[in-house]
Each structure stands twice: as C-alpha cells, then as structure tokens.
Design a protein around this ligand. Sequence first.
Ligand SMILES: Cc1cc2nc3c(=O)[nH]c(=O)nc-3n(C[C@H](O)[C@H](O)[C@H](O)COP(=O)(O)O)c2cc1C
Length: 215
Amino acid sequence: MHIPARFPVPLRRSALLLALTALAWALAAPCQQAPIQLPKPQIGAGMPLMQALAKRQTTRAFEDKPLPLQTLSNLLWAAFGVNRPRDVKPGLGRTAPSAMNKQEVELDVVLADGVYVYEAEPNLLRPFLLGDVRAKISPAPAAGAAVTIVYVAAAKDDFAQVDVGFIGQNVYLFAASEGLNAWFYTVHAPDVAATLKLSAEKHALYAQSVGYPPK
Ligand SMILES: Cc1cc2nc3c(=O)[nH]c(=O)nc-3n(C[C@H](O)[C@H](O)[C@H](O)COP(=O)(O)O)c2cc1C
C-alpha cells in the first residue's frame, strides 16, 4: 500500500496499521452472504423404492449444470433431512439413522458459487465460503458436478463412518430415482480440510457428487 510521503511518518504508520487490520478482519470474518432458504421438500416426488434400488449405481461423469433449487432441496432432505418433528422424536428424527441419535455428521454442500452448510431443521444452506472450489475438493470427473456433499464429523467420532454410509445410500437412491449421476468417494482429508478451512476438531470423511449425466 502506497501512502504519499507528504504525510508525517506516524500518520503513515497508523494508516498502514489500519489497512492491515481491516484486511485481517476481512479475511477472518465469516461469510456475509445471506443463507439460501430451500423450498419445502417434495415428499411425493421420485420413483418407487424398489425401482430406485434397481437403478442405484456409481457413475463417475457429470455435466457442469446446476440443479434446480427444488431438486437440491429434495436431495438434501433425502440425504439427512428432518422427517419427524421434535414433539414426535426428541432431538429430531432424520431420514438417516445416527448412533445414539447424535446426528454429528455435517453436510458441507459444494456448489459452483461456494460452499454451504446444510441446516436441516430450518431447511437452509448457510454459506461459509465464496467461489468455485469444486476442482479442489473433487477428482477431475466430478469437478463440474452440480453438487458435492462433503461429509464432515468430529475426528474422534467412531460411529461417524457408519452414519455417513446411511446418508450416502440415501443420496444414491435419490439420484437413481431422479435420473442423476452419483459418485461416493474417499477424499484426501487434509487438502479438503484446508480448502474448506475446517477447524482442527473437524474431519472430512468422504465426499459424494451428484449431477446430470454428461450429454
Ligand atoms: C466407503 C466407500 C469408499 C469409496 N471410495 C471410492 C473412491 O475413493 N473412488 C472411487 O472411484 N469410488 C469409490 N467408492 C465407490 C465404489 O468403488 C463403488 O461403490 C463400487 O465400485 C461399486 O459400484 P456401484 O456403486 O456402481 O455398485 C467408494 C465406495 C464406498 C462405499
């Protein structure tokens, strides 16, 4: 930063300090973008379960095209949405089971414009990183996928791997039912954690990409 020499040295130092403080604050500040309120999931959508099971498969190719917001909402609800309110199930009932109902797996949703945390009860996506980081998270075949869910849990949670398995199968079945491609894969946890700026206690377990088949 250039501060003209005609200003006295103490003033120039203060201006520089102020600018550096503002920069540090901007880098550390949480993402200011507003959350995306997802539309109500369409419980009547999709094909019968047995047909979806017949179509479930891993397909490692995607068109770079976003999903409609409604489809994204349906996908996340199928993955790990709230299916029973608190007065029916203390601590909330979800579409996937979790050990001791701890519901500790966090779904970090990577879209073309940024990364969001899925908050199931208010049914929204809370942004925490702006920009397209898809190629840093996913291997090349999925770098253009509409959605990649990174499954994040506490590093010491022994049950998290099992919990993720249930969620991942929900995603596979939803994708099959919608004619979308899906791929569940292992991630290089330190790289993904660095890209997502995860705190030290959080661990990226797996990722799963979903999107349109290539044309
Ligand atoms: C825990 C787990 C880890 C996986 N990791 C990878 C992976 O790192 N790379 C990959 O290409 N596929 C990965 N897969 C997908 C499997 O290779 C795939 O499910 C398997 O080949 C069977 O194919 P299908 O899903 O079409 O039935 C993984 C699946 C699971 C359940």
